[in-house]
Design a protein around this ligand. Structure first.
Ligand SMILES: Nc1ncnc2c1ncn2[C@@H]1O[C@H](COP(=O)(O)OP(=O)(O)O)[C@@H](O)[C@H]1O
Ligand SMILES: [Mg+2]
Length: 622
């Protein structure tokens, strides 16, 4: 869905440094401002019609509720006095019918309220998810997963609880009070004045609570996100393995306990703000009727008013106090709600580091059919301001050729791949795909043309086939079978209990490292990209597994442009061009024999990494 007017925030480079600089949890937004309210109104705008419907029904319900006290008054002052039994029957029936009609109206009103509130939450949730997808890789390297999770789940949950008050509560209470008072004044202005004498007392003490609620809710939601983050880090597959293997169960439990205790304390503090006001309100609620019956009784004695009027007034008074006290509390709820919306809007304001171009260049290349070139043109890049990682890199990976990138750990190899995949934009210079700057291509075109196979292999908790099909869900069974063959997965599939339909666990845990690599290769083969970016896994494999991978890779490389961070001798030997990277610069380039003959960094790395004659993969070369 489109989400106009929510201010997706910072396009382009503005704010990117801000984003890259801050580390860890998102900083909490500022004060509740007019800005937040305006923005909230924009979020509500698509629901305006239903909201208007809900408010109309509410108004109608209030009007229906005003009738019964008038009927009571008629019963006492007219029907009983005139001993009119027929009229009594009508009035009694009215005393049932009006509340019944009110109940029916309130069902419709509740329905519309729920539709609007859930609609708003659905919109926000979707917008947050879609915005989250557009955020740069660096956002995710910087932000604990639990923090993101918490904004989408905990904050929206909390919003749900206050949205009713924000949407209709305020209106209901004001209208009830206004209409009830208007009616009371037409009945008897002296008694009315007496009754509302105490009303302002409801409002006064609560004005200061809004700010405190805002802060308390902010604290609660923050501690909740810490809780979620801790949970996601330590009680998920990847984390629990570390916890178990280091025997840190108790330490993590203690930390969890202390965060949980924070949540508990914050929640208690939040729920206790202004609670003692209940006492004030109860007392107030007693004073009004006392005055009414005292002075009203006197008026009846001297014959100034009739008993029925007093009864009607007493009933109205009861109807008046409850909205008055919740109105007094809604200042608190509103500001608390704004705190939640601030957190949500703040997530939506996270700048998109690599924005899509407004007018992307047309792409003619056919994925998988036309190999395309990739060129770095004087590329400079830094993750953090002032710490440049790539210092003016230029190279061309020619169409259909294999370019191997080698170099010591920390040289910038993975960074080159990230820029080639446009996970980041260069600070200076350009990356060009088939002669067109990446930044001017539509995201869809870009992804259609290239595939990235990273070192860190991630498989979804789905069947093996779903995982292989991930990049091309509509592939035919024959294509899948072909990819499985090319990736040397036939043997594995035959062994699995349910073949391709076997569910591979979260992170593909049931597969070995080499098997996962080949699944990733099969996925890329099926996807059939023109350009392949490969960060070869570094784990060393036994010779059988190694040979399978080599054959799988040969199938993957065929007919494509490949840039590979190479850890395998076979890949290096097959390369048309080897780039030797050191400290963010290309220090040597050429083919294996030439570079070896030069006796420079490449030769040294080669001798360190590969015992000549033994074609085994190097270990742990970042
Ligand atoms: N997300 C990041 N934030 C900040 N610095 C990073 C990040 N990723 C890598 N670096 C730094 O950039 C440099 C190059 O890293 P990298 O490209 O991963 O090297 P290689 O893949 O050659 O081992 C290293 O100094 C590394 O510490
Ligand atoms: Mg690396």
């Amino acid at each position: 869905m489109s989400f106009h007017g929510m201010g997706m925030g910072g396009n382009g480079m503005r704010g990117v440094w801000e984003q890259r600089r801050s580390i860890g949890y998102l900083e909490q937004g500022g004060r509740p401002t007019r800005e937040t309210v305006k923005r909230l109104l924009r979020v509500l705008r698509p629901h305006a019609r239903r909201l208007a419907g809900a408010l109309s029904l509410t108004l109608f319900g209030i009007l229906l509720g005003l009738v019964p006290p008038l009927l009571m008054r008629q019963v006492i002052d007219v029907a009983i006095v005139h001993k009119d039994v027929g009229m009594l029957v009508y009035l009694a029936a009215g005393l049932v019918l009006f509340p019944a009609a009110g109940a029916v109206v309130s069902v419709g009103q509740n329905y519309l309220n729920a539709v609007v509130a859930q609609g708003v939450i659905h919109d926000l949730r979707t917008a947050m998810y879609e915005h989250g997808q557009k955020l740069g890789i660096d956002f995710f390297t910087r932000t604990p997963g639990g923090e993101i999770h918490s904004r989408l789940v905990n904050d929206l949950n909390a919003v749900q609880q206050v949205l009713g008050t924000i949407l209709t509560g305020f209106f209901v209470n004001v209208m009830t009070i206004v209409l009830t008072l208007a009616l009371m004044f037409t009945l008897n202005w002296q008694l009315s004045l007496l009754s509302i004498l105490v009303l302002p007392a409801f409002a006064l003490p609560v004005l200061s609570f809004g700010r405190r609620t805002y802060e308390a809710i902010t604290r609660t939601q923050e501690s909740l996100s810490h809780l979620t983050a801790h949970l996601e880090e330590t009680l998920t597959l990847s984390g629990i393995v570390v916890v178990k293997s280091f025997g840190t169960r108790r330490r993590e439990a203690e930390r969890f306990k202390s965060i949980s205790y924070d949540v508990r304390s914050n929640q208690i503090a939040q729920s206790m703000i202004g609670r003692w006001l209940g006492f004030v309100f109860s007392t107030m609620s007693a004073i009004g009727p006392a005055l009414l019956y005292g002075y009203g009784g006197y008026l009846v004695i001297i014959g100034a008013v009739q008993i029925g009027t007093i009864v009607a007034f007493a009933t109205y008074l009861v109807q008046l106090y409850s909205p008055a006290s919740s109105l007094a509390g809604s200042n608190t709820t509103l500001l608390g709600g704004l705190a939640l919306f601030d957190r949500i809007f703040q997530f939506l304001d996270q700048p998109i580091a690599v924005p899509e171009p407004a007018h992307p260049l047309p792409v003619k290349a056919e994925p998988g059919v036309t190999p395309v070139s990739l060129r770095f043109d004087h590329v400079r890049f830094s993750y953090r301001q002032g710490e440049e990682v790539l210092h003016g890199l230029s190279f061309e990976a020619a169409a259909g050729q294999l370019t191997a990138v080698v170099g010591p750990s920390g040289a910038g190899k993975s960074t080159i791949l990230s820029l080639a995949a446009r996970f980041y934009d260069p600070d200076v210079g350009r990356v060009l795909l088939a002669g067109m700057p990446l930044a001017e291509l539509a995201e869809d075109d870009l992804r259609r043309l290239m595939s990235v196979v990273t070192q860190e292999l991630f498989l979804f908790h789905q069947t093996l086939e779903d995982n292989i099909r991930y990049g091309r869900p509509d592939a035919s069974a024959a294509d899948v079978a072909e990819a499985v063959d090319a990736a040397q997965l036939g043997e594995l599939v035959a062994q699995l209990p349910e073949g391709l339909a076997t569910v591979v666990g979260e992170r593909g845990y049931r597969l070995s490292g080499g098997e996962k690599q080949r699944v990733a290769i099969a996925r890329a083969i099926l996807r059939n990209p023109s350009l392949l970016l490969l960060d070869e896994a570094t784990s060393s494999l036994d010779s059988h597994a190694e040979r399978l991978i080599q054959q799988a890779l040969a199938g993957l490389f065929e007919g494509r442009t490949v840039i590979a961070i190479a850890h395998r001798l076979s890949t290096i030997l097959a390369a048309d061009q080897i780039l030797v990277v050191e400290q963010g610069r290309i220090v040597e380039r050429g083919r294996h024999q030439e570079l070896l003959a030069q006796g420079g960094l490449y030769a040294r790395l080669y001798h360190e990494q590969f015992d000549p004659g033994l074609s085994r993969a190097g270990e742990d070369r970042g």
